[in-house]
Write a protein that binds this ligand. Structure first.
Ligand code: NOJ
Length: 391
C-alpha cells in the first residue's frame, strides 16, 4: 500500500554549525571539549569542515530531491566578543544562504543550536539578567539574512540546553547521562525565545518557532502522574511556551519510561542504537500527539528524527516506521507540515564525540569525503514521490 503525504509537505535534512563546521573556537563548547575533567569523549576539531565545504553539503541535499536544508548560524562566529560583530562571518552565512536558495532549496535556519559565545556563558549564560537583550541583538543582526527562510528556529532543544548548561558550572562533575535541567536557564531561554519571536516576526513574517526534544515520557503501563511530573521541567513547559508560536518543532528519537526513582534502564533484551537509546521509532507518533495536545493550533514540523546506526538498513527500517507514524498522526488530525532527518552528515555528537553515526551521508574523518549511504537515496525517493510504500 502507498500512503501519500499532504501536498506541500516539506522534506529536509538537518545539521548544526558546531557539529559540522569545524574550528568553532570562540564557542563555549570548544572550551568545554578541552577541559581535562569535562564530559566530552573528544574535541570537535575540524568536524566535517562544512565551514568550507557547505556547497558540497547543499548540493547533496538538493541532489537527493529534498526541499529544505536545516542548518544553524553560529552566534560565536558572528559576535566572538561582546558587541564585536563580524562582517566577514555575516557575509559567510549570507553566501551560504544564497547557495541554498540557488540550489532550489528552502533554508530552515536555527539561530542557536546548543553553542553560545564563550564570553556569554562565562558571564552566566541564560541565567544572566541581560541574556535576552544579548541574544536579541545578535538575532537582529542576522535578521536581514532570514527573509527567504522557510522557518526560523530561535532555539534548538531549549530543554536539553537547560541540562547541558550544568556542564559549565564551576566545579561541576558530569554524572553519567544527561544532567537535570537548571530551571533558571529554562526561564532565561523562555524569555529570550518570546522576545526574539516577537521582534523577528516583524522582520521575517510569521515563521518563527522553536524545536523541543520530545522524549515520549511514560510510566511502565503508559502515561501516568509520575511520568507527567517528571516530564514537566524536561519537556512539557517548553511545549507550552509554543502555544502562540508560528510553528513548533518536534525532535523525537526514542522513549523514556519513568519509574519511582526516575528513568528505567533499557533492558538487555531490547535493541539499542549507537547512542544506547532504545530502538523505538514509534516515539515520533507519541511525540507529535503530545505536542498537538499541548499546542493544538500550532503547525508541527518534525525538525529532527533519526538514528545512530552501524547498519544503514536499520536506518531505513527506522525512518520507514517513523514516517508511518507521521502519516497516522496526520490522518488523526495532527497538522504536520514537514520532516527533517537528523542528520545529513555523520558529525560531532556532543559529549559522545564522533562515534555515533546518524548521517545519511558518511564522512571520511581524514579526507572529509562525503559518501551518501543507501538510506540517503531511499529518503530522497520517498521525498520525490511525497509518498511512503509499505515495504
Ligand atoms: C538533538 C540535537 O538537536 C542534535 O544536536 C543531536 O545531534 C541529535 N539530537 C542527536 O542526539
Amino acid at each position: 500500500m502507498t500512503r501519500q503525504f499532504p501536498d506541500g509537505f516539506l522534506w529536509g535534512a538537518a545539521t548544526a554549525a558546531h557539529q559540522i563546521e569545524g574550528g568553532n573556537v570562540a564557542s563555549d563548547w570548544w572550551k568545554l571539549e578541552h577541559r581535562p575533567d569535562g564530559p566530552c569523549a573528544e574535541p570537535s576539531g575540524d568536524a566535517c569542515d562544512s565551514y568550507h565545504r557547505y556547497p558540497e553539503d547543499v548540493a547533496i541535499v538538493a541532489g537527493l530531491g529534498l526541499g529544505s536544508y536545516r542548518f544553524s548560524i553560529e552566534w560565536s562566529r558572528i559576535e566572538p566578543e561582546p558587541g564585536e560583530f563580524s562582517r566577514v562571518q555575516l557575509d559567510h552565512y549570507r553566501r551560504m544562504i544564497a547557495t541554498v536558495l540557488d540550489a532550489g532549496l528552502r533554508p530552515t535556519v536555527t539561530l542557536h543550536h546548543f553553542t553560545s559565545p564563550f564570553w556569554f556563558t562565562k558571564g552566566g549564560g541564560w541565567a544572566r539578567a541581560d541574556s535576552a537583550d544579548r541574544f536579541l541583538r545578535y538575532c537582529e543582526t542576522v535578521a536581514p539574512l532570514l527573509t527567504e527562510a522557510a522557518y526560523v528556529c530561535t532555539f534548538n532543544e531549549p530543554n536539553i540546553a537547560a541540562s547541558f548548561a550544568r556542564y559549565f558550572e564551576p566545579g561541576y562533575v558530569a554524572p553519567a547521562g544527561l544532567p537535570d535541567p537548571d530551571s533558571r536557564i529554562s526561564d532565561g531561554l523562555t524569555r529570550a525565545h518570546l522576545r526574539v519571536r516577537d521582534a523577528l516576526r516583524a522582520e521575517v513574517g510569521p515563521r518563527v518557532g522553536w524545536a523541543v526534544a520530545t522524549q515520549s515520557f511514560s510510566g511502565v503501563d503508559g502515561p501516568d502522574e509520575l511520568s507527567a511530573a517528571y516530564a514537566y521541567e524536561r519537556e512539557t513547559r517548553f511545549l507550552e511556551v509554543a502555544v502562540d508560536d508560528d510553528w513548533l518543532g518536534v525532535q523525537a528519537y526514542s522513549r523514556t519510561i519513568v519509574g519511582p526513582d526516575g528513568p528505567l534502564p533499557v533492558s538487555d533484551e531490547t535493541e539499542r542504537t549507537l547512542m544506547d537509546w532504545e530502538y523505538y521509532p514509534e516515539a515520533l507518533g507519541s511525540a507529535l500527539r503530545e505536542a498537538h495536545r499541548i499546542a493544538p493550533r500550532v503547525p508541527l514540523i518534525v525538525t529532527e528524527n533519526g538514528i545512530a546506526a552501524a547498519d544503514d538498513r536499520r536506518r531505513i527500517d527506522y525512518v520507514r516506521t517513523a514516517l508511518g507514524e507521521v502519516l497516522t498522526a496526520i490522518d488523526d488530525g495532527v497538522d504536520v507540515r514537514g520532516y527533517f532527518y537528523w542528520s545529513l552528515l555523520d558529525n560531532f555528537e556532543w559529549a559522545h564525540g564522533y562515534r555515533p553515526t546518524f548521517g545519511l551521508v558518511a564522512v571520511d574523518r581524514d579526507t572529509f569525503a562525503r559518501i551518501p549511504r543507501p538510506s540517503a537515496h531511499w529518503l530522497g525517493a520517498v521525498a520525490r514521490a511525497n509518498a511512503l510504500d509499505a515495504d
